[in-house]
Write a protein that binds this ligand. Structure first.
Ligand code: F0G
Length: 471
């Protein structure tokens, strides 16, 4: 650790020993179904509990001791901020800067980083005004090295793969996980296998996996079908599974929550809204906020709400029909291809986080998603379609009176707008949505559509167009 560089900071010196202990402690894994704990070495290859079939989450037994055995929160906050000034890659990474919160590696030299995280928190004045909200912001995880929030989880889990000596890693993906995995594997000199639902992912994402050198297989099925095939493949070959069933992915995906808290001077927002696909992201962020509170870093946890597309809404149905006790897989349909998932792996974790934080689950239509995406674009930010469900969902929550005008709300934007330019171009040309889908939102959609205009190459023609538009 960074012992020498830090000495001289009065209160930090006292806490240094405890910080080192926090980092060196061993972690364990607890099943979210039957609560059984296992050591890291006893995890099965598909990361499912051999007793009940559910997923595991990482926990740190050393953190549950009395307060005097834990580091001073101020010391941790100071250390994390100070690392931003370091020239070491692992200090500058927005994930490993917070490494005391994810001590899953034995040796930090195994870290594979692309300088992920440290993403911007933008305010959204136009949408805020429209919704009558004084304090609406977007945490843009699309501003990561491969353009999506997946990088934060991937640096963690791929580093674990490297430490454990794997040479091959694999994932099934709706696109972004595959792009992130392929990039980090390439940096580590590892091979990567990607299973994708044929014809159902955005080209931007597929092109990334190809560019970073993955073995890219498009299977004639959907995402859920790819997951099933891969679960079998990793049982037969020594390939490390990097889907979000891997609990180390979620440890990395906790860090945007730490960044948000830091960006708000360790205040907590009232409400965090995330898109829901395989349901790992909301779970990871919830875990982080709950851990931060338990460690005394923050005083509260935000409500965490999860928004799904209407045609890919198994969590909505689970809570409506079965009170979150059971989830029935569906065949998913939505143009927001990143979240076209009918059998989400982390649904139990998501239900737990929504309950523990007092959040909600909502569904939004294809037109609502498209309009929200255009509105986020018009703020000069932009995002991919799946990310825009957050704003669309917030509109519903606001209408239902669940979000007050003075609440501080953060939308978690998961992917960059360039991930899926076809969607954007079709929207602005009026080719994305059917008349039926648009109905009720025609005026708003027309007002946000900006098709390109083809003209002769003359000054007059350009000036005439300028006269036609409003000032
Ligand atoms: N937003 C984007 C842009 C995504 O790529 C995903 C998931 C989600 C939201 C949903 O997050 O699964 O944690 O609930 N993409 C995965 C993939 C499934 O393969 O790239 P989640």
């Amino acid at each position: 650790m960074d012992g020498n560089r830090r000495s001289g900071e009065p209160w930090l010196d006292g806490s240094l020993k405890l910080i080192i202990e926090m980092t060196n402690g061993t972690h364990q894994l607890r099943c979210v179904g039957c609560s059984r704990s296992v050591d890291a070495g006893d995890l099965s290859r598909d990361f499912r509990c051999t007793d009940c079939g559910e997923l595991f989450e990482v926990f740190y037994p050393g953190w549950s001791g009395p307060p005097h055995t834990r580091p001073n929160p101020s010391a941790l906050r100071w250390l994390w901020k100070d690392r931003r000034l370091s020239n070491e890659d692992i200090d500058r990474s927005g994930v490993w800067r917070f490494r005391e919160m994810l001590p899953v590696l034995r040796d930090l030299r195994n870290i594979v980083t692309l300088g992920e995280g440290n993403t911007p928190l933008y305010d959204l004045p136009l949408s805020g005004r429209r919704l009558g909200l004084k304090n609406l912001r977007a945490k843009h995880q699309g501003m990561n090295p491969t353009g999506s929030f997946k990088d934060a989880g991937m640096t963690a889990a791929l580093s674990v793969a490297r430490e454990r000596g794997f040479t091959w890693v694999a994932c099934a993906s709706t696109g972004n996980t595959s792009a992130a995995m392929a990039a980090y594997a390439a940096r580590a000199g590892m091979r990567s296998l990607v299973l994708l639902p044929e014809g159902k992912i955005a080209w931007g994402k597929l092109s990334q996996a190809m560019d970073y050198g993955a073995l890219t297989l498009q299977l004639r099925t959907d995402f859920d079908g790819c997951v099933r095939v891969l679960a079998e493949v990793v049982q037969r070959l020594p390939i490390y599974l990097l889907n979000s069933v891997n609990p180390y992915r979620l440890e990395g995906q906790k860090t945007p929550a730490l960044e948000i808290a830091e960006q708000l001077e360790w205040q907590t927002p009232d409400h965090l809204i995330v898109p829901g696909g395989n349901l790992a992201n909301g779970s990871a962020l919830g875990k982080a906020f709950l851990e931060m509170k338990a460690l005394g870093l923050t005083a509260r946890v935000p409500r965490i709400s999860v928004i799904q597309a209407e045609g890919a809404n198994p969590l909505v149905r689970s809570l409506q029909d079965f009170d979150g006790e059971k989830l029935e897989p569906i065949t998913a349909r939505t143009r927001a291809s990143a979240i076209r998932i009918g059998n989400p792996a982390s649904w139990r974790k998501a239900v737990k986080v929504i309950r523990e934080t007092g959040g909600w689950v909502e569904q939004v239509s294809e037109a609502e998603i498209a309009l929200a995406k255009a509105e986020i674009g018009s703020e000069g930010i932009g995002c991919e379609p799946a990310s825009a469900v957050t704003l669309a969902g917030l509109k519903n929550l606001r209408q239902q009176g669940k979000v007050d005008a003075d609440a501080s709300v953060i939308l978690l934007l998961t992917g960059h707008t360039l991930k899926d330019p076809d969607y954007t171009i079709q929207y602005h040309r009026g080719e994305l949505l059917s008349e039926n889908e648009r109905s009720g939102l025609d005026a708003e959609i027309a007002a946000t559509s900006r098709g390109t205009i083809e003209l002769e190459a003359s000054v007059d023609a350009v000036l005439r167009e300028l006269e036609r538009v409003e000032p």
